[in-house]
Design a protein around this ligand. Structure first.
Ligand code: IDP
Ligand code: MG
Length: 167
């Protein structure tokens, strides 16, 4: 089954200059990249992304982490990979959530760490199922930013919307 999956290279991955390594590892999947961009993560976006973890003791830490406040890198790289069994292929390559438990050859096992304050810095986010992928992709990307039609869209006419264009 063809699937879409949201991948985020988190601020620790960017700070450690791992973008190339991570993309090389993900290319082993032979999946297609159908969207990619750099994103400045607002508190609102981070909280919406992790809203299902709101009651966890580490919630505030991961909001700060995703915003780049722990790494002096206030950005993440967001990508959508698409193809056969995309979620399982990418999750397998990423490895377990806890980088100390992740297989040592996985992305998180190779590059992740647990900080002294207990945050799992695991360099990459991968959606974990179809409904999570759809929710996350719609949160991080607009329909025009992907090169395939992933989900149903509608056209609306917006008047008096201020937007920035090249001068
Ligand atoms: P996942 O990223 O493998 O899907 P989630 O349970 O969705 O794992 O957790 C989101 C993120 O929160 C993880 O990637 C990790 O950075 C952090 N995290 C999850 N569980 C813990 C924990 O027990 N302690 C500290 N950080 C955690
Ligand atoms: Mg998750």
């Amino acid at each position: 089954m063809d699937q879409a999956v949201l991948i985020l290279i988190k601020p620790d991955g960017l700070k450690k200059s791992l973008t190339g390594n991570i993309l090389t590892r993900l290319s082993e999947t032979k999946l297609e990249i159908v969207a990619a961009k750099m994103v400045r993560v607002t508190k609102e976006l981070a909280e919406e992304h992790y809203k299902h973890l709101k009651d966890k003791p580490f919630f505030n830490d991961i909001i700060q982490y995703l915003q780049g406040q722990l790494h002096d890198r206030k950005k993440v790289m967001a990508l959508i990979y698409w193809g056969q069994d995309a979620i399982k292929k990418c999750r397998d390559l990423a490895g377990a959530t806890n980088p100390e438990e992740a297989e040592s050859t996985s992305i998180r096992g190779s590059y992740g760490r647990i900080t002294t304050s207990g945050v799992y810095e695991n360099v990459i986010h991968v959606s974990s199922n179809d409904s999570e992928a759809e929710r996350e992709i719609k949160l991080w990307f607009a329909p025009d930013e992907t090169i395939v039609d992933l989900y149903a869209t509608k056209s609306i006419v917006q008047q008096e919307v201020k937007s920035k264009v090249w001068a």
